[in-house]
Design a protein around this ligand. Structure first.
Ligand code: AMP
Ligand code: ZN
Length: 463
């Protein structure tokens, strides 16, 4: 298997530390808001990485932290006139709900930063004692010059970093490129006692402590979005490797961005859609198809036309499965012939080439074609259906097959509803509100409920 390792900037043979066990750590959310559909990309992709390893018979230990103390959480608490605990509680809960709605399995461990403050203080103390960090007026900084490998993940060099950081007016640092390990609390901020006074740990320290605690020394895979390469992952490496003297992780995997009109979707640019809102409009499998039909390292543009195409493409799977009445096959034994086994090989080859999910999806279409082929071999078609479900589930599709197949709204009915929604939008634009209301009421009368959200109008069948 080959994985693109950001550390060396090329695809490398994947050699896990232990043959039958894989340890992976993926940076989780900062819980101050609902996560947006860009954030969903790493959560969803690494879910597939985990599922694939498990499909290959490996035991995976998957750790994903929750950053539950951070400047952004504190700001949000001030904005909402509540405590930082309330904010982080609320959005941690929402994080799990949204993962579930996307059919992303929960990690084996979801450590929260605030549960490990003592360990973080210990790590910072060890770094100071070993000459890698210094206290300055209640803050503690990591001395980047003391760690020889600084910049090895991001390819940045210290001189450039120093020059770049100089504009910063923090004269408490001895080198402008030094980064914060411990932050002195300002008036009214949440704080913990430490040898350097009351304050809180920096974000880069959290992941080092939590990964070390739950995965031990070196682990196999560390993941996240490309924006985490620098400074976050670079700074994790500096702390962990300075203290442990061994690698933090062997493979560094980073997903590309979900962009919108050419910009990274982000909360700070305010150009985002929450996963919650998107899920009101599109099924979880559609979102999954949209992401997985591109390679995880390529940037993707958030484009509703492509999402709608994903929906149409995905429907071909459901139609094929409906055609062979897959639900009635629960007791059918899997017995794949050479053609079908060949598809499994193709699927694995794609996944083992740095998780080429787009290629893997094309194999699912090859299998679908087998189902529709005009040969009259029912048994072969059924076997193809079973294989489609088996491999589709490795990519996280078909989680509630039963519900979907039994409530599969006819494609034309769906197009018609969409058409009514468009006419209603036009009626509103024309200020013809009585027509807009009539469309809503008439649809309602036949059991279709419209919901207007920030990202458009969605519909559902009334319960
Ligand atoms: P955050 O809560 O901002 O730390 O982000 C959580 C995860 O989402 C990190 O792995 C980020 O790298 C990733 N991420 C943030 N924005 C995007 C985006 N627009 N596209 C893809 N990944 C993103
Ligand atoms: Zn992290």
């Amino acid at each position: 298997m080959k994985i693109y390792n950001t550390m060396n900037n090329h695809k490398e043979e994947f050699n896990p530390i232990s043959n039958d066990k894989i340890n992976m750590y993926v940076c989780g959310p900062t819980v101050y808001n609902y996560f947006h559909i860009g954030n969903a990309r790493p959560f969803l992709f690494f879910d597939v990485v985990r599922r694939y390893f498990e499909y290959c018979g490996k035991k995976v230990t998957y750790v994903q932290n929750i950053t539950d103390i951070d400047d952004k959480i504190i700001d949000q608490a001030i904005k909402e006139k509540s405590s930082f605990q309330e904010i982080s509680e609320r959005y941690t809960k929402a994080f799990y709900e949204d993962l579930q709605a996307l059919n992303i399995r929960k990690a084996d461990h979801n450590p929260r930063a605030t549960e490990f403050i003592n360990e973080m203080i210990e790590l910072i103390r060890d770094l100071i004692n070993n000459g890698y960090a210094y206290e300055s007026n209640g803050d503690v900084y990591f001395k980047v010059e003391a760690f020889e490998g600084y910049g090895k993940l991001s390819g940045k060099n210290l001189e450039d970093l120093k020059a770049g950081a100089r504009i910063e007016t923090n004269n408490q640092k001895s080198n402008p490129a030094d980064f914060t390990l411990w932050k002195k609390a300002k008036e009214g901020e949440p704080k913990w006692d430490s040898p350097w006074g009351a304050g809180r740990p920096g974000w880069h320290t959290e992941c080092v402590v939590m990964s070390r605690k739950l995965l031990g020394g070196t682990f196999d895979i560390h993941g996240g979005g490309v924006d985490l390469i620098f400074p976050h992952h670079e700074n994790e490496i500096a702390q962990a490797e300075a203290i442990n003297g061994i690698r933090l992780a062997n493979y560094w995997m980073h997903n590309g961005f979900l962009n919108i009109n050419g910009d990274k979707m982000s909360k700070s640019l305010n150009n985002f859609f929450t996963t919650r809102d998107i899920l009101k409009k599109y099924d979880a499998d559609v979102i999954r198809f949209f992401f997985l039909s591109k390679h995880y390292r390529s940037p993707i543009d958030f484009n509703e036309d492509i999402i709608i195409e994903s929906k149409t493409a995905l429907n071909r799977f459901y139609e094929a499965l409906g055609h062979i009445q897959i639900l009635s096959l629960s007791d059918t034994k899997k017995d794949y012939d050479a053609t079908l086994s060949g598809f499994i090989d193709g699927f694995k080859q794609a996944m083992e080439d740095d998780f080429n999910t787009a290629k893997a999806i094309s194999i699912l279409f090859d299998i679908t074609r087998e189902i529709w082929s005009d040969q009259n071999d029912t048994q072969k078609k059924q076997q193809a259906g079973l294989l489609l479900v088996e491999l589709g589930q490795v990519l996280g599709f078909f989680s509630d097959l039963e519900k979907k197949l039994s409530s599969n709204v006819d494609q034309y009915a769906e197009l018609l509803i969409q058409l009514f929604i468009e006419h209603r939008i036009q009626a509103k634009k024309d200020k013809n509100y009585s027509l807009a209301d009539k469309i809503r009421q008439d649809l309602n009368a036949i059991g279709i409920e419209l919901q207007d959200t920030a990202s458009g109008t969605s519909w559902k069948v009334k319960k």
